[in-house]
Design a protein around this ligand. Structure first.
Ligand SMILES: [Zn+2]
Length: 370
């Protein structure tokens, strides 16, 4: 068996009709040391290479290849010729001429038997309830399916990042596509790369970036993001997605764009996703609290304010009414460019949200809903 193991290191399946070759576990990609696909199987139900062949044309089903594989695999698979009228055969990968000696043919035969007998061993992974709950939260996010799919792959460490590809046997430059300085893994690309830091700052999300950078895995990072208030959560996942697109653009040879434009695009899309989600899942109507008159000589001050962290703008206003309900003073103020609710001058008017007091001989009582 030792000889078989040694030989196993050097074999590759030559595709005929693809019926004998397992897409995910067999060596059939003429590349690298493993000669296997680098795309993870994930939840994919495809099993044999024959399923990737379009029976009507006798060639690859290009659309299916595109949907199934990372670009790194897709390009190579497309270049492999298909021979539907032939069986798949095992070959010695390191013989550049593809010619076998009689001695190696015997070994190949043994490998074939070994490959045939080793079939059928598939594993299934049980999932805990907590795990299920974690992913359920992902599918409920107020963002498009493509972003959820991206987050799913991020959480499973199956994005085609350079260090991931290297670990899966591809020989390539592992440096970050964007800065070309340090190795590209999830922590670097999304939290520590000097350019992504600029983007988080531009979006006023440096505090979130710092928290993300502290997490030890992509999944822990997502768990932290799920805990954010909804608007911020959607802004953060949209940022991750757009940064991944940007990284892929740069990898494709395009120039890196300024973070200002990128941040604008991200904010715009976030707003759209939130609006769409709100129209699809309207919130139940709020129970209205009727305004009641203050008694006697007392004045009542009603105030309210709102702040949108996405557009960084907001406003507040107040109205003072007497015991007859007549407004004797009102005012409002709006402001853009504030970074958080704490920077908002809502409280600076010296007006508590709810309280009682005495000023210039008249008593007052204040009401607000915050
Ligand atoms: Zn970088």
């Amino acid at each position: 068996m030792k000889g078989v193991h040694i030989l196993k290191e050097g074999i590759i399946w030559r595709v005929g009709n693809g019926e004998k070759i397992n897409i995910w576990t067999d060596p059939w990609i003429p590349r690298g040391t493993t000669r296997k696909v680098v795309t993870p199987k994930g939840q994919n139900l495809l099993r044999n290479v024959s399923e990737l062949i379009d029976p009507s044309t006798g060639s690859w089903d290009y659309e299916l290849l595109e949907q199934t594989f990372w670009g790194e695999d897709n390009e190579i698979i497309k270049s492999i010729p298909v021979h539907q009228d032939m069986d798949d055969v095992v070959a010695w990968h390191f013989d550049t001429r593809g010619i076998f000696s009689v001695r190696s043919a015997y070994k190949i035969h043994r490998v074939n038997s070994w490959m045939a007998s080793g079939r059928g061993a598939s594993s299934s992974h049980g999932r805990s309830d907590a795990e299920e709950g974690f992913w359920r939260k992902l599918w409920k996010l107020a963002c498009p399916g493509k972003i959820k799919h991206f987050l799913w792959r991020l959480g499973h460490n199956t994005l085609a990042m350079r260090t991931t590809l290297s670990r899966r046997g591809m020989d390539l430059d592992t440096r970050c596509v964007v800065c070309e300085r340090l190795d590209e893994d999830g922590g670097h690309l999304f939290c520590k790369c000097k350019y992504v830091k600029q983007l988080w700052q531009e979006l006023n999300l440096e505090h979130v970036r710092l928290q993300m950078a502290e997490r030890t895995s992509a999944k822990e990072m997502l768990r932290m993001i799920w805990e954010l208030e909804e608007k911020e959560c959607i802004l953060v996942v949209t940022t991750l997605w757009h940064w991944w697109l940007e990284r892929n653009r740069i990898r494709g040879g395009e120039k890196r764009r300024g973070v200002g434009g990128l941040a604008f695009e991200i904010r715009f899309h976030t707003e759209e996703y939130l609006k769409l989600a709100a129209s699809e899942n309207p919130k139940p109507p709020m129970t209205l609290r009727r305004w009641t008159k203050p008694g006697g000589e007392v004045l009542k001050i009603n105030s309210d304010g709102a702040f949108d962290p996405v557009t960084r703008s907001g406003g507040w206003g107040f109205v003072i009414r007497d015991s007859e309900g007549t407004a004797i003073l009102s005012g409002f103020r709006s402001r853009c460019g504030v970074t958080c609710i704490r920077c908002f001058p809502y409280g600076s008017a010296g007006m508590p949200c709810r309280g009682r007091g005495q000023s210039s001989k008249r008593s007052w009582n204040a009401e607000g809903d915050c």
